[in-house]
Design a protein around this ligand. Structure first.
Ligand SMILES: Cc1cc2nc3c(=O)[nH]c(=O)nc-3n(C[C@H](O)[C@H](O)[C@H](O)COP(=O)(O)O)c2cc1C
Length: 140
């Protein structure tokens, strides 16, 4: 099973999370397709039943504004019934951006894999890496 992991990452922390997730997908025998959000067409992605989206907390507890925000906004109209895993890194906040993002996707009709997004403070630590690998395995 081929699973897309689409993310935006400015300094590599969310990218490291995407790599851990991909490792879990591969451990379970799946094929992980890692792509940055600027190279993905939302309508094409929405043809898949299960996929992962990653973005750090930017702005003031917001999705990155030039690529990820418009991408997620476009996807919102197309995710009814989709199984989506959300993940991302943050710095100093309390995860508000992820709670808002979860709410948006649920209101758009998506089912969140693991129930809530997986977050990591700056670079993912061992615990976050293990949680991402487990989520990746569960997606296959
Ligand atoms: C412009 C900018 C805005 C940010 N805003 C927040 C914020 O509102 N809350 C927070 O917890 N972290 C914030 N951060 C910290 C990043 O979320 C954190 O450094 C994260 O690890 C970056 O992930 P990345 O390496 O995938 O880009 C901000 C960072 C930048 C550069």
């Amino acid at each position: 099973m081929s699973i897309s992991v689409v993310y935006w990452s400015g300094t590599g922390n969310t990218e490291a999370m995407a790599n851990a997730l991909a490792e879990g997908i591969r451990e379970a025998g799946g094929e992980a397709v890692l792509q940055t959000a600027d190279s993905v067409n939302a309508a094409e992605l929405a043809k898949e039943d299960t996929f992962a989206l990653g973005c750090p907390s930017m702005g003031a507890e917001e999705l990155e504004e030039s690529v990820m925000e418009p991408f997620v906004s476009e996807l919102e109209g197309m995710v009814q019934g989709k199984k989506i895993l959300l993940f991302g890194s943050y710095g100093w906040g309390d995860g508000e951006w992820m709670r808002n993002w979860e709410e948006r996707m649920k209101n758009a009709g998506a089912e969140l894999i693991t129930g809530e997004g997986i977050i990591a403070n700056e670079a993912p630590d061992t615990e976050a890496v293990e949680a991402l690998k487990a989520a990746g395995r569960a997606m296959v």
